[in-house]
Design a protein around this ligand. Sequence first.
Ligand code: NAD
Length: 260
Amino acid sequence: MDLKGKVAIVTGAASGIGLGIAKRYVAAGAKVAIADLKIEAANAAATELNTQGPGEAIGIAVDVTSEAEVNKGVADVVAKWGTVDILVSNAGIQIVNRIEDFAFTDWKKMLAIHLDGAFLTTKACLPHMQKQKSGAIIYMGSVHSKEASPAKSAYITAKHGLLGLARSVAKENGTFAIRSNVICPGFVRTPLVEKQIPEQAKTLGISEEEVIKKVMLGQTVDGEFTTIEDVAETAFFFAAFPTNALTGQSLIVSHGWHVE
Ligand code: NAD
């Protein structure tokens, strides 16, 4: 399996998991658009990936909550490379607070980035995939697509919601051979998680070490973080899978934190 010549858009790919996926796709021969709010970081990542090959990368400025920016970003990629074969809807943030302290503006912001972003990018990419009768759409869920934890209501609601969207996309697009799946990682040490460690310690009234050992890794089988490479490999598998058999699914990559 490889991605030679395939065109991919990965949102939130200037950092963390998205960047790892962009790297893996370029190594597999894909042309990758690194779509992010942070255009300078996206361009820097693309420049670096272009030295590694054999695929290639560009940075594109996209706020996934803006329909106009998403549509323009996808149109620019199609103008440059002709189509879109793979969409990875990965951009995301985290805001932690108990529900009674959760600002409504924060709730709406979380749902906008995770759910509106997934919907808008899907809507913009689907016509190109339908035209060519092939495509792979991958949503970045989380163990929190399956489980709940305290102080993360908006994130958990949004990540559960992505399962519904992915299943709907799969059912609507089988005849176009467009596959739609969700990756559900456990904790990965990216900037998103580094920021959470002191915040969770404060919200839960425990030390930062306890947050890592008990809250983040306490239910894994080996006390280890999932890595960016683990998630990138899963994203490669979903993108490169050769038939339409693998669609409408979610795969948990979490060192056994959640088993089903
Ligand atoms: P990260 O903070 O390293 O990267 C997130 C990227 O998304 C950043 O580059 C940021 O600029 C971008 N972004 C944020 N809002 C955006 C917007 N409106 N439009 C476009 N880009 C935007 O975080 P990460 O840990 O790599 O997270 C990536 C995804 O993986 C998220 O959806 C997150 O929920 C999910 N996830 C992370 C973990 C983890 O432990 N790190 C676990 C499970 C799922």
